[in-house]
Design a protein around this ligand. Structure first.
Ligand code: 13P
Ligand code: SF4
Length: 321
């Protein structure tokens, strides 16, 4: 944490928007932010997107420094794509329950049990898991990636069992699923969702495919964060119950100010912020400023691991053009 040392002004007295804009020029930095970041970070970002858009933006940037406002696996992907650029993550503890649910040693054993299977891994995984995969996908392109694999080929899908089950239903393909999940997308309560829908009969439910099947069954539209946003912009409906991380509502409301967005209710009986990702929300505007000022914390990676993880990401990017 920053302290009020002799030459530093205390954080509270700074205009962080102004300071971050100044540092951006000084470092020739680009700020990439996921839709689940806090509103101030979304507003100051040069590029706001979902996992696929952010990976594509990281690949095409000319900046010297990438300030990644998202979680660790996303910043790691940016580093895999940009070994010579400095990649900063405002809080190194910004992990992901889904990535954590797939430890590399256990996954290696699982993979060894199915030696003839192609491994498709959701981008929400560590570099070690990516290095053990044949192709990466995000929720934006997962269906296309699964369909790109010949029908006769066995597929292991990791780590999200909910996205995997959704894809099996959508494509009719059998897949061997790793049993991982996201704590945020598993928090939604079907019972409360139905009760909310009764109170808002004109609202339609939209959901991210990381949600469990009983929640998805009530959704009028299922898609990645970006697809959900675009759906709300184009839809003639004016009221939406949104079953994904609540951070996306900031951009939905900005893009459709006259429409109403209601965050889907979590399972807890008490009031809680369980539909907010605790990892994503570790990043704050203050930390963005400090990480740019000190050029730390930085993502570093072993070159041999980077090269192995790069191959399946490049395959995904090629297929996503
Ligand atoms: P997308 O950005 O692909 O929608 O994924 C959502 C998510 O959980 C990111 O961690
Ligand atoms: Fe991971 Fe879920 Fe948070 Fe996304 S919302 S970063 S999948 S824990």
């Amino acid at each position: 944490m920053e302290t009020a040392v002799q030459h530093d002004r205390p954080l509270a007295s700074l205009d962080l928007f102004e300071e971050i804009t100044r540092l951006k020029k000084e470092l020739n930095a680009v700020i990439l932010a996921h839709y689940y970041q806090e509103p101030d970070i979304q507003d100051i970002a040069d590029f706001l997107g979902d996992s696929l858009q952010l990976a594509q933006a990281a690949k095409s940037t000319n900046a010297d420094v990438i300030v990644f406002c998202g979680v660790h696996f996303m910043a790691e992907t940016a580093k895999i794509l940009n070994p010579t650029k400095q990649v900063l993550l405002p809080d190194l503890a910004a992990g992901c329950s889904l990535a954590d649910s797939c430890p590399p040693a256990l996954f290696a054993q699982f993979k060894a049990q199915h030696p003839d299977a192609v491994v498709i891994s959701y981008i929400n995984c560590t570099a070690e898991i990516k290095a053990m995969s044949d192709i990466i996908c995000t929720s934006s392109n997962a269906e296309k990636i699964v369909r790109s694999v010949p029908e006769s080929q066995k597929i292991i899908f990791a780590p999200d069992k909910n996205l995997g089950a959704y894809l099996m239903k959508k494509t009719g393909r059998e897949m061997i699923l790793w049993q991982g999940s996201c704590i945020v997308h598993e928090t939604f309560s079907e019972r409360k969702l139905i009760a909310l829908k009764v109170r808002h009969p004109n609202a339609i439910i939209i959901a991210h495919p990381e949600c469990e099947a009983p929640v998805l069954a009530h959704a009028a539209f299922i898609g990645s964060t970006k697809a959900l946003l675009e759906f709300t912009i184009q839809s003639p409906h004016t009221e939406f119950i949104v079953a994904t991380e609540a951070g996306i509502i900031h951009e939905m409301q900005k893009r459709s100010p006259h429409k109403t967005f209601i965050a889907a209710p979590p399972n807890e009986e008490k009031h809680c912020a369980c539909n907010e990702c605790p990892y994503m929300k570790l990043n704050t505007l203050e930390k963005v400023y400090l990480t740019m000022k000190h050029r730390s914390p930085e993502i570093t990676m072993n070159e041999e691991l980077r090269l192995r993880a790069l191959k399946p990401i490049e395959r995904m990017l090629k297929l996503s053009k």
